[in-house]
Design a protein. Sequence first.
Length: 236
Amino acid sequence: MGYRAYVSDVSYYSGKLEAYLRYAAVPHERIEINSRLLREVILPATGVMKVPVMQCPDGRWLKDTTPMLQWLDAQHGAPSIYPADAGARFIALLVEDYADEWLWRPAMYYRWNFADSHRLLRHRLGRDLSEGTAYNATALGWVMRWRQYLLYVRGDGVRRHNEAAVQALYQRSLQQLSAVLAARPFLLGARPSIVDFAFFASMFRHFALDPYSAKIMVDTAPAVYAWVGRVWAAQA
């Protein structure tokens, strides 16, 4: 048995993992999850109903993209996506932590707060999660829309008095990435690094593909939009 990657094509961290698997040409079977797989396969194996997760050829399971990419890079990275210099590696991991954790809030806000985006995403999630099950796709889509909004927008503290700051976090990130990409094709140089894959998580599956945030990127940061395609197409 080879690697099995359990993913969702609307998932923040699935995009990060899949971009690395493509880049490093890691042989794997891509498995789109549904409610049954989450409950009957992933939960018993990992203790959580979240993706992405991977099952290794020896039966072990991997979860959480930060240690997953470190482990996969040690097995398959040629060249490595991590800087060789200890100081540069520390900074790269610090930036990865920022991209993973702090861009999550605006990514969820833009997806689930604006009708242009949540209308599309509730249909896609309802369809994907109900596939092969007895659940109704429309009903499940509405459940996911309100679950995600209440947990990850309202539940994460976004209110009218601070939503401008959440919006500014996305817009400022676009400006900063555009400035860096004016000088090089990828964020640390001529090829992708962990910094690219970290920013890619939000910039690909959320900001560049969800209708409301995608228009902002296309209109104000076309260099970032082009970089998203370069990372997705890159091969070591």
